[in-house]
Design a protein around this ligand. Structure first.
Ligand SMILES: Cc1cc2nc3c(=O)[nH]c(=O)nc-3n(C[C@H](O)[C@H](O)[C@H](O)COP(=O)(O)O)c2cc1C
Length: 323
């Protein structure tokens, strides 16, 4: 029913992908995505040690015959990251595709390809997408300003970012930032993308790790309830607008330094996601929260999105035919 270069390349039924989600994207969510015809990326950096990562990958693989992806975040972290070991694990555990992000994947393209692993690199701008193509990655994911996690410095919305990227590169483009339903899926395909990638929407699913209070917040919030912060230290992030985000915004408005911000922004997520203490830490979330009204299973969500995409196509057909 859906056939794009991404569904062929990643061998998935639907062009619907879940990006890496630090801390909460665990085996249950990854397996549910694969079983529902999509693909999810487990964030390697979530795990304290390599054995734990390997065990979680195998746990996910045991729960499905579908693909389990791995997210390798290359952003310079406070402690050194075992990038080479993550690459080895991806190859040894027969991960079909890795999502890289954070900075250039140049150093790991050849070893991943040698191990039979495909690479989709995620970028927040058109110029970076051109580099991704030059480096030989198999696909590029581009995020717009709406996205949860790390939008770019230039504040370009998904509606402009996606077609501009499609025009700039020949490799398949995956659209991300603000998608939450089948209308968005149809729109992304119409813009020339060959799949969508979501993070925020998949947080509000039954299989995603997360305290009920956090999921309730996702359901009850509006599109205006996120904050775009940390542009002043060149690490822009979109997060839930909670007390910590408000404090960061206040400090940035007055003028602040990386050193002053670090103690406040360090350690994203655990207490919010696991304990439901919503004002205790920063927590990534995108503007798509304004489109979330329930907490379905992953399969219910994907099936519904497919149905909505078909309805959107029919609406489009009718509108164009009657024009
Ligand atoms: C809670 C959360 C954690 C995330 N963690 C990561 C991560 O570890 N690595 C990464 O590359 N992207 C991460 N992202 C970004 C997502 O993979 C994805 O690019 C983004 O959520 C897409 O935009 P959307 O939230 O509007 O769907 C995270 C996003 C969220 C919401």
């Amino acid at each position: 029913m859906f056939e794009t270069r991404i569904t062929q390349l990643f061998d998935i039924k639907y062009p619907i992908i879940c990006g890496g989600m630090y801390w909460i994207g665990r085996a249950e969510l990854m397996a549910a995505l694969a079983n529902a015809g999509g693909l999810g990326f487990m964030t390697a950096a979530t795990f304290e040690n390599l054995d734990d990562l390997r065990a979680e990958i195998r746990k996910a693989q045991d729960m499905t015959d579908g693909p389990i992806g791995l997210n390798i975040n290359l952003f310079p972290a406070l402690r050194p990251q075992p990038i080479e070991a993550w690459v080895e694990i991806a190859c040894e555990e027969k991960i079909p595709v890795v999502e890289t992000s954070g900075r250039s994947p140049e150093a790991i393209v050849a070893p991943l390809h040698a191990g039979g692993v495909k690479i989709m690199h995620k970028v927040p701008g058109v110029k970076y997408a051109r580099t991704v193509e030059r480096l030989g990655c198999d696909a590029v994911c581009v995020v717009g300003h709406e996205c949860g996690g790390h939008p770019g410095m230039d504040e370009v919305s998904t509606l402009v970012m996606v077609p501009a990227t499609v025009d700039a590169v020949d490799i398949p483009v995956v659209a991300a930032g603000g998608f939450a339903d089948g209308r968005g899926l149809a729109a992304a395909l119409a813009l020339g993308a060959e799949a969508i990638l979501m993070g925020t929407r998949f947080m509000a699913t039954k299989e995603c790790r997360g305290h009920p209070a956090w999921k309730e917040w996702l359901v009850n919030s509006t599109e205006a309830d996120t904050a775009y912060i940390m542009k002043s230290i060149k690490n822009p992030s979109r997060v839930a607008k909670n007390a910590v985000a408000a404090k960061v915004m206040e400090m940035e408005a007055k003028g602040t330094t990386l050193e002053e911000l670090l103690p406040i922004v360090a350690g994203q997520g655990g207490a919010v996601f696991d304990d439901g203490k919503l004002d205790s830490q920063l927590a990534s979330a995108g503007q798509a929260i304004g489109l979330i009204h329930d907490v379905p299973t992953v399969k219910e969500l994907i099936d519904r999105m497919v149905e909505e995409a078909i309805q959107s196509r029919e609406r489009l057909d009718a509108a164009i035919a009657s024009a």
